[in-house]
Write a protein that binds this ligand. Structure first.
Ligand SMILES: O=P(O)(O)OP(=O)(O)OP(=O)(O)OC[C@H]1O[C@@H](n2cnc3c(O)ncnc32)[C@H](O)[C@@H]1O
Length: 180
């Protein structure tokens, strides 16, 4: 018989909720998952600028989600961020997952370089979501296909990138006999 599990996602962004659900369902196809989002502070800047700050944002989000919604099977924090890499901005996200037994898994998603047209707006203080909307003349694209969707013409979108990261962050949950 299929088991069912509840996931609390530390964000109300539908892209993150979809990515979380897809990642869990791919990694554990025998389990039925339900996911809901809760608004949680990340405790870092709106636009994290280093990998460390981005990871801290994901960790803060997951802890805050657990405090807000203690009755769940899993909590997941996803935080998007950028870092300077050889004079160019690299975009990625950190994902942190906790389960009710205290197990933790984390992973950084695949990264890609932002075009200078977007980077210069982000460096001047604009959030990435707003910068890409301005360059691509879109509205709220961060809650739709995201930067990667706009730049690949939807070959891959933001939720698919997050789903892959969630699968990698779930490795310790699938390999409970190994040490992480
Ligand atoms: O409601 P929350 O969960 O905060 O969702 P968010 O889209 O603002 O996401 P983050 O705080 O994790 O991301 C930090 C910033 O990076 C932006 N960002 C990160 N990845 C992005 C992507 O693929 N597409 C669009 N914006 C992205 C996002 O808009 C924020 O300005």
């Amino acid at each position: 018989m299929a088991t069912s599990s509840n996931i609390v996602v530390a964000s109300t962004n539908p892209v993150k909720i979809k990515g979380a659900l897809e990642g869990f369902s791919c990694m554990f196809p025998q389990t039925k998952y339900g996911a809901r989002g809760v608004k949680t502070p990340s405790g870092v800047s709106d636009q994290p600028f280093t990998s460390e700050e981005t990871l801290l944002g994901a960790q803060n989000r997951v802890q805050n989600a657990k405090k807000l919604e203690p009755a769940a099977d899993y909590w997941i924090g996803i935080e998007g961020g950028v870092e300077e890499h050889g004079g160019v901005l690299l975009l990625f996200a950190w994902i942190v997952i906790l389960d009710k037994e205290g197990r933790e898994g984390k992973a950084r998603t695949a990264s890609f370089y932002l075009p200078e047209e977007i980077s210069k707006l982000v460096r001047s203080g604009m959030e990435l979501g707003d910068a890409q909307d301005q360059v691509f003349v879109k509205t709220n694209s961060k809650q739709h296909n995201g930067t990667v969707g706009l730049l690949t013409d939807d070959v891959i979108d933001r939720s698919a990138t997050y789903a892959t990261g969630v699968i990698m962050a779930l490795i310790p949950f699938k390999n409970k006999n190994l040490t992480f």
